[in-house]
Design a protein around this ligand. Sequence first.
Ligand SMILES: *Cc1c(COP(=O)(O)O)cnc(C)c1O
Length: 384
Amino acid sequence: MTQHARLQPPPIPFIDLAAQRRALGTRIDAAVARVMEHCQFILGPEVRALEGQLSAFCGARRAVTCASGTDALALVLMAKGVGPGDAVICPAFTFCAPAEMAALVGATPVFADVDEATFNLSPASAADAVAHARSLGLTPKAIIAVDLYGLPADHDAIAALAAAEGLFVLDDAAQAFGATYRGRRIGAVADATATSFFPAKPLGCYGDGGAVFTNDDELAETLISLRMHGHGEDRYDHVRIGVNGRLDTVQAAVLIEKLAAFPDEIAGRERVAQRYSEGLGDVARIPRVPAGLTSVWAQYTIRLSPGAREGFAAALWAEGVPTAVHYPKPLHRQTAYRRYPRAPGGLAAAERLAEEVISLPMHAYLDEPTQARIIEAVRRAVAA
Ligand SMILES: *Cc1c(COP(=O)(O)O)cnc(C)c1O
């Protein structure tokens, strides 16, 4: 999650991890110190404890932690046997990891467009991508839905498409753990859900980390084997090709403390988002949350007219307000991904959004006076 590189550090942080440390640091440091005492740095007791708490939090039967959100995606694709000759439908407007992991396991990512109103995978374009993949002689195996900026994708429509086409749905909820979809928490919605505990995500640790959620016990057991070199019942009989992809005990200890504060932080993020929407709704194209869904606001992202973004970011920067662009280039325009197939209807929404989106500072500890300063700066910059 890169910020605009400018000369001076901003007076207002984009994500204030230091403020969170002031609130939770003592508890977290004590939890880390306990790990230093027991020295079970790999798969120590905190890892299992965290997995139980994560699955209880989101209502999935199983949580399997791993080394990153990227590994979480790869492990599911590996467990499902996705490989050469298979197609994985991915949105064109998101972080690269879903398409990257599809390609890494040997499959072909096929890009589908997103819905302009939600920034998330368009089910109609995904259906076109499935048909196109078949016409190319590929076997569609999976749809990776991404819950971008913390907002759940159109999961009912995606599940219906997957059921009709015999595909499984992997939800990339790296930005959306804690969000809800029609009364269910993300993690308990798709066949498998991957999330990330990268520090800047809504629930972040002090390094890299991730998890997979599923109701499928067999899948969970395969993931547990894959994250540790494909071990079998006998630890030295490796039964499949896996990776070294475990979550460190220290990170689990950090996450246990952060998860305890997470419901309050989600409420804090919601308040910050409401204040932005009230303060900016009349001057900017603000994000809308469809009825029945909640967002965890990994980003608060507005849209500007084409060509306006650079001047807008510079004007805010001059007032000490940092911004970030996720993502300035859709995947199908990036060097490593240009060669992969695209839904025949085109990827126009992904291309427009990549030119128009910009995100404002967002975290649970953003206080009202600081946010008022940001809102005033945005209003001035929009009017300029
Ligand atoms: C951050 C992110 C990932 C990757 O997570 P890591 O933990 O950094 O590997 C994957 N997908 C999306 C949408 C992300 O935002």
